[in-house]
Unconditional design. Structure first.
Length: 412
């Protein structure tokens, strides 16, 4: 009797397994569009930081989308975007081929366009200027930080993603683009016709200030963490050391971030033997990046930050603050404590996927919170040409700190 019951169970299980096999299409039966969608689904399934997928059953979601017929590539892209939207994570996103190329170019150190760093205001979701790149066509016509970009060549930017807006402003050198800009402080609207140019993205600007403080101060502004940022910053610090800099101001204001590795490597230029950042993956496994006895200066350091200081900038600022290597001056930072990885798809499109979160050396999770400076100094928007002048209250506060004995003793 027991044997007959066992055989019945085996037959039932085999029948269920057989029906599953018959129901599932073979890999060869998938269309090219389905294969592209499935690869995107698989990447998120394996890499995304939240293994609950924002409380969605990721397998059920897969089957729901696979019941559709993707008649063309754009329908496949739309399905991938719709799938990612269920995660409610603005940093995990699909990148069409031109967007994926643009992102690669942006971190490589060179591009052709107007030279604007842009972002979406977290409250209004309006497209706004983080900062114009020094010497770029946008800076030359007078576009300022926090300017709102209302239209690009007549296209309403509220209907564009961040990547789509950036892609519309990029283009061949010598061509022009029209931007409708609104100044937030007075509501004034201006229209700029800007001629695109080839822009060398040296993310570092440096100078020796021998007039403001009692001792020579090396001023270094870092605009983004691109592939060449560490090399350029090393050169700048070495040059300023030879010129006699007795202290440094590192300006990370309006720096939206970039490559995680660049942030870590730049922290190693200032720290000798300390933890730089902790990372936590979906399994809760804790990893870390540490300094490697490679600091190139021990001079006093003040770091300028504001609400535009984000991502890799916050990793660097947090490492320097928690390790008592620098004093932070300015305003609370943006608060982006998530790490993304890029994945290339077979048709040259790509995915940016949140794969981990990071914590500062003191184990602080700053996501949606930001980093509070040691000394809070508010600053009205100023032109790039006013940085380091009397109009720059944050810079002046940094100079005052560098002349105080406690700061010098702390660095020593």
């Amino acid at each position: 009797m027991g044997s007959r019951g066992f055989r019945t169970t085996v037959l039932v299980v085999c029948a269920i397994a057989l029906s599953w096999i018959l129901w599932m299409p073979s890999a060869a039966a998938f269309t090219e569009e389905q294969k592209l969608f499935l690869q995107s689904w698989r990447i998120v399934n394996q890499a995304y930081i939240d293994d609950t997928f924002n409380d969605h059953n990721w397998w059920v979601l897969r089957q729901k989308f696979m019941q559709r017929h993707f008649d063309n590539r754009e329908e496949t892209y739309d399905a991938i975007r719709e799938m990612l939207a269920t995660l409610d994570d603005p940093f995990t996103r699909f990148l069409a081929p031109e967007q994926y190329r643009s992102l690669q170019v942006n971190t490589s150190g060179e591009l052709s366009g107007v030279g604007l760093q842009i972002d979406l205001d977290p409250e209004t979701q309006q497209l706004e200027v983080v900062a114009p790149i020094a010497g770029s066509p946008a800076s030359q016509v007078g576009i300022e930080p926090l300017d709102r970009i209302l239209e690009i060549d007549g296209v309403d930017t509220s209907k564009l993603t961040l990547e789509e807006a950036a892609n519309r402003m990029r283009g061949q050198a010598g061509t022009s683009v029209r931007l409708k800009i609104q100044r937030p402080r007075n509501g004034q609207i201006e229209v700029y016709e800007i001629v695109r140019d080839r822009i060398s993205l040296n993310p570092v600007y440096s100078t020796l200030d021998t007039e403001t403080g009692k001792n020579p101060i090396g001023y270094v502004r870092l605009s983004q963490f691109s592939a060449n940022a560490t090399t350029e910053l090393t050169r700048a610090i070495s040059r300023l050391e030879k010129q006699g800099a007795q202290g440094y101001i590192l300006d990370l204001r309006n720096n939206p971030g970039g490559l995680l590795q660049a942030g870590v490597d730049i922290a190693r230029l200032w720290l000798d033997n300390r933890t730089i950042v902790y990372t936590v993956n979906r399994q809760g496994v804790l990893g870390s990046f540490d300094a490697k006895h490679s600091a190139i200066t021990e001079a006093p350091l003040v770091v300028l930050v504001n609400q535009g200081t984000a991502s890799a900038s916050e990793i660097l600022a947090g490492a320097l603050q928690d390790n008592d290597r620098a004093i932070l001056v300015g305003e609370k930072t943006f608060g982006k404590g998530l790490i993304q990885s890029l994945f290339e798809l077979p048709d040259d499109s790509g995915l940016a996927v949140t794969v981990a979160k990071y914590e500062t050396p003191d184990r602080k999770d700053i996501h949606k919170v930001g980093i509070i400076p040691n000394k809070i100094v508010s600053q009205d928007p100023i032109m790039l040409s006013q940085v380091g002048t009397k109009a720059d209250k944050q810079y002046q506060a940094a100079v005052e700190l560098l002349t105080e004995k406690p700061v010098l003793a702390q660095a020593a």
